[in-house]
Write a protein that binds this ligand. Structure first.
Ligand SMILES: [Zn+2]
Ligand SMILES: [Zn+2]
Ligand SMILES: [Zn+2]
Ligand SMILES: [Zn+2]
Ligand SMILES: [Zn+2]
Length: 483
């Protein structure tokens, strides 16, 4: 069993990490500080009870886990890849129709996550596919790309794996008694959500990790598969579509986009609340600060493929209660997410009636998908996908992201190809805001040795630019000094 001191340190580290944002500041209880030791102190003083609780959890968990062997280390990670949302350029000449990208998740109890991770490593080498896989005791979340044949073989292997035998969705139905039984193939299609794309969409990198949560909300104790309302709270695209249509003028319902702000900036359902969050783990804080806007309402939530909504709805059911006059049964989600909605509306031949506006952001080099397919910046895209965003430089309708050129900045900027190439030939750069540009100029002065990072590593501390300050203000996180 992990000794108490080590468990406490691990818990303390985890809590500090959960409060860290991408630019090395830490926020908690409505304030932001710029050094990790201050946050360690704050947690010890203000959240001693939670720290104690988490310490015990770590001790219990380590007692249950068998000793780690060397081969397990490569699947362990202290935190998620920091800038997982950075767009990469897709400049290969593959025929995308010969490849398949799948995106799937399932919350179910997995008894041996490490074994499943190792198996994925083996399969990826044999079948030559790439992407990201997260395995936890609460389920699996993966997006993979390869040739259509290799992805088909992967699906066969996964669906016949013992850990997934409890999933009825992989099993042929005993008898076709119901009239509208969906075939096994169709159910698999819905589950794996295949789209066209070659293996280069992940830059030929495979990342396989054993994690605590397959989609990190910072609430590993929420057992989605044990939430009695989980199944009932799922609306098919058709039901969701109808609800949205009936909605006009109805104040009893709110539409909630649970994704990050840069996702909802280029696509959303009309009238949706779009939290200014930059990562899913900020969603909890967002809900806490904005409980009143959900009071007495039915909540219709949606995300890319459903994984975030499953956690978010469980969390909402748990945190909104009689005070807010929200019953667990009033918290609903779009099953299979925006992806499923767009597939359904295309399949029904109803693209013209689609209520979705703009593009569905995806975390690979294709950047976003819509009725028109991946981001193209063409005129047809503008019409078919009803773009809601525009190039920051020229104002032309556009949903294409590039990274801000500000030194040390990781925000995304919407820019059309011609503006991007214009700035790269003039070496001027595209910035999230004017302020960011100016801060970058002097940033070298702020290069200091990180206080808590490993010796020899240097952490750049730059300030927070205006547009990021605005976002935080909107989120309710204002910078005040730690004491
Ligand atoms: Zn706090
Ligand atoms: Zn390619
Ligand atoms: Zn432009
Ligand atoms: Zn910037
Ligand atoms: Zn900015």
């Amino acid at each position: 069993m992990m000794n108490a001191r080590k468990a406490r340190n691990t818990a303390h580290d985890a809590m500090v990490q959960e409060r860290q944002s991408e630019d090395a500041t830490w926020s908690c209880c409505g304030w932001v500080c710029s050094s990790a030791p201050e946050m360690y102190k704050h947690i010890a003083i203000s959240h001693g009870d939670i720290l104690q609780q988490r310490t015990l959890q770590f001790q219990e968990r380590s007692a249950q886990q068998p000793k780690l062997d060397e081969s397990a280390l490569e699947f362990m990670t202290r935190r998620a890849h920091k800038y997982a949302s950075d767009p990469i350029n897709l400049d290969c000449s593959c025929d995308p129709s010969k490849g398949t990208v799948i995106l799937f998740y399932v919350y179910l109890p997995i008894s041996h996550p490490l074994d499943l991770a190792k198996l994925h490593k083996l399969w990826s080498e044999e079948l030559n596919f790439y992407g990201k896989v997260k395995v936890a005791t609460e389920g699996i979340n993966a997006t993979l790309a390869g040739s259509s044949e290799s992805i088909a073989m992967y699906i066969d292997r996964l669906t016949s794996h013992p850990e997934f035998q409890s999933l009825e969705l992989f099993q042929p139905l005993p008898s076709a008694s119901e009239t509208d039984q969906i075939s096994l193939e169709e159910r698999r299609f819905k589950f794996f959500k295949p789209t066209e794309g070659c293996r280069h969409v992940f830059d030929e990198v495979i990342s396989i990790k054993v994690v605590e949560e397959i989609c990190p909300l910072g609430a590993p104790e929420l057992n989605v598969y044990n939430d009695p309302e989980n199944k009932r709270g799922k609306l098919t695209p058709k039901e969701f579509h109808q609800k949205l249509k009936e909605l006009e003028g109805n104040d009893d319902v709110v539409i909630l986009d649970v994704r990050n702000y840069y996702e909802s900036s280029i696509g959303r359902f009309p009238g949706a609340i779009t939290p200014p969050i930059r990562k899913f783990s900020s969603f909890k804080d967002y809900v806490t600060r904005n409980k009143s806007q959900f009071a007495g309402k039915t909540i219709l939530s949606y995300c890319t493929g459903g994984i975030r909504c499953e956690k978010a709805t469980s969390y909402l059911r748990q945190s909104l209660g009689s005070d807010e006059d929200v019953q667990p049964s009033q918290v609903l989600m779009l099953e299979g997410g925006i992806h499923n909605y767009l597939e359904w509306i295309k399949h029904e031949g109803m693209a013209k009636d689609s209520l979705w506006l703009g593009k569905n952001y995806v975390f690979d080099a294709r950047q976003s998908l819509g009725l028109e397919g991946p981001t193209t910046t063409s005129d047809t895209e503008q019409v078919v996908d009803k773009l809601i965003s525009s190039c920051q430089a020229c104002g032309r309708p556009c949903a294409r992201y590039v990274k801000c050129d500000g030194f040390g900045c990781h925000k995304l900027v919407i820019a059309c190809p011609s503006c991007s190439s214009a700035v790269s030939s003039s070496k001027s750069g595209l910035f999230c805001c004017v302020d960011c540009h100016e801060m970058g100029e002097g940033v070298h002065e702020y290069v200091i040795s990180g206080q808590t990072s490993k010796p020899g590593t240097i952490r750049v501390k730059r300030g927070i630019c205006k547009c990021e300050q605005e976002r935080r203000k909107e989120l309710g996180v204002e910078k005040i000094n730690c004491t």
